[in-house]
Design a protein around this ligand. Structure first.
Ligand code: ZN
Length: 472
């Protein structure tokens, strides 16, 4: 993954294509591509190639993006055993879905709220460090393990810094420096997604510039709460900047944001609930938000009419929720479980591909920015779909690696004599998948391993030891 980061910044160099007989013109992905040399027409198979929006056979892509508020290990494990594995769990037969989660680095909150049925409060929230100290918490080896195995892929702000008095903060830039150094020493895969959190005490938030968001200092280089330079070094590429959203399906989830330090980052949308615009005396038009990001509302967010409309429109969606946000013995209610089972059936039926947030966003970036040229090797009759570059107005255009292109798919009449190349280098057939009329780069292999562990699991002592060794 570190190698890929390097690739992200690589600029385009013009290379020479080594092919037998080359016929090509560079065209946009939205255009239909059809090429033929007048003199060679009789030799060539007529192959029209178009980029498919999603991997075959899916019509839409969906991520469930969970904010880490009120998480403890008990709830986290119950929920992810149910969502990600195929095991028998206390919420039912595991669904085997690719749903990742977020985490807090620090616990700087003094809110007195109860977070679990056993009496735990926000003080017991699962975070990487104890309070705001530089001492890893008892859960830290487990969080690192989950990041490594894809159960966690998102920073929830710089930690939980919500104070009862929201005009105060105990956050500092030094805390972010400490945390990111720690992750680097642990050889963690770079975390590419950041979601803003909580009240105005969370001064490291960034990316939104409304009057209410004046408290956000994370991208202000003049501020002692500036962190976006550190996040960019870590590999953060996408931010949800605390904008509510009532649109469910999007042609693209990402939009460029210019930060106050002059750098750019991709913002992304989330579906947080519905909105009614009402007239209130003295205030005029007021938007009343019905936020649905408690897990008890997932059934409503994933209502089958919404999912059907998503399939119809062929779009992306990211559902905002707080999977571990309830304090009940059973963290999901019946309608939530039912909705998730229904969602997994829609994936089984080839309608909606469920992907972790980081994978959906990366796919979205590749899919929308992809440029290619169609080559015909007349001697072999092979159609060569040559991916030339990814247009990326935020990080700069670049030549992608195969591992950045999981799921990229093309429609054509006969894929049996087709191949895909990246900048003239053929992709090995082991990374290629074909259907009757598509050829694509293989999506991620589903991982339904039950990674759930606790501090009493046999592997825990080993993970803790490993973490402590790497800290030195
Ligand atoms: Zn939050």
């Amino acid at each position: 993954m570190y190698a890929e980061e390097h690739e992200m910044n690589k600029k385009i160099v013009t290379g020479t294509l080594v092919v037998g007989l080359v016929v090509a013109s560079l065209v946009g992905t939205s255009q239909i591509k059809q090429h033929a040399f007048a003199s060679q027409v009789h030799l060539m198979p007529k192959q029209t190639v178009t980029e498919r929006k999603f991997p075959w056979p899916y019509h839409a892509m969906l991520a469930i993006e969970s904010d880490a508020d009120h998480t403890d290990l008990r709830k986290f494990n119950i929920i992810h055993e149910f969502l990600n594995t195929k095991s028998e769990t206390m919420l039912g037969q595991g669904l085997g879905l690719d749903i990742s989660d977020s985490f807090f680095l620090y616990n700087g909150s003094n809110e007195p709220r109860k977070i679990d049925y056993n009496g735990e409060t926000v003080k017991n929230e699962m975070t990487m460090f104890d309070g705001i100290s530089n001492i890893p918490s008892a859960d830290a080896p487990i969080l690192l393990y989950y990041i490594r195995h894809g159960w966690i892929d998102t920073f929830h702000s710089a930690g939980d810094f919500s104070r009862v008095n929201s005009s105060t903060t105990i956050f500092s830039r030094e805390l972010e420096i400490n945390a990111l150094n720690f992750l680097k020493k642990q050889n963690e895969v770079p975390i590419t997604v950041f979601t803003d959190h909580g009240n105005q005490s969370n001064v490291a938030n960034f990316g939104s510039y409304t009057a209410f968001d004046q408290y956000m200092e994370g991208d202000n280089p003049q501020s002692k709460y500036y962190i976006t330079d550190l996040l960019e070094q870590e590999g953060v590429r996408y931010v949800w900047s605390d904008h509510f959203g009532d649109q469910f399906s999007y042609p693209s989830m990402i939009y460029p944001i210019t930060l106050r330090d002059g750098s750019k980052m991709w913002g992304f949308y989330r579906f947080t609930g519905t909105r009614k615009v009402a007239y209130e005396p003295g205030l005029g038009q007021v938007a009343n938000w019905d936020t649905m990001w408690n897990p008890a509302d997932l059934g409503e967010q994933l209502d089958s009419s919404r999912l059907n409309a998503l399939v119809q429109s062929g779009g992306y969606t990211i559902i905002a929720t707080h999977l571990e946000g309830n304090a009940n013995l059973f963290p999901f209610n019946y309608s939530t479980i039912e909705a998730l089972v229904h969602l997994s059936h829609m994936q089984d039926h080839g309608l909606i591909l469920v992907a972790s947030t980081s994978r959906l966003l990366q796919y979205n970036l590749m899919q929308q920015g992809l440029r290619d040229q169609i080559l015909y090797h007349a001697s072999t009759g092979t159609t060569d779909i040559n991916i030339t570059q990814i247009i990326d107005p935020v990080n700069g255009d670049f030549i992608p690696t195969v591992s950045q292109l999981h799921g990229i798919t093309f429609t054509l009449k006969d894929p049996s004599d087709a191949m895909i190349s990246i900048h003239g280098v053929p992709i090995p057939d082991s990374d290629i998948v074909r259907s009757l009329h598509t050829i694509g780069i293989r999506w991620y292999t589903p991982d339904t391993t039950n990674w759930a562990i606790t501090t009493t699991s046999p592997i825990y002592a080993h993970l803790k030891q490993e973490m402590e060794t790497l800290m030195k």
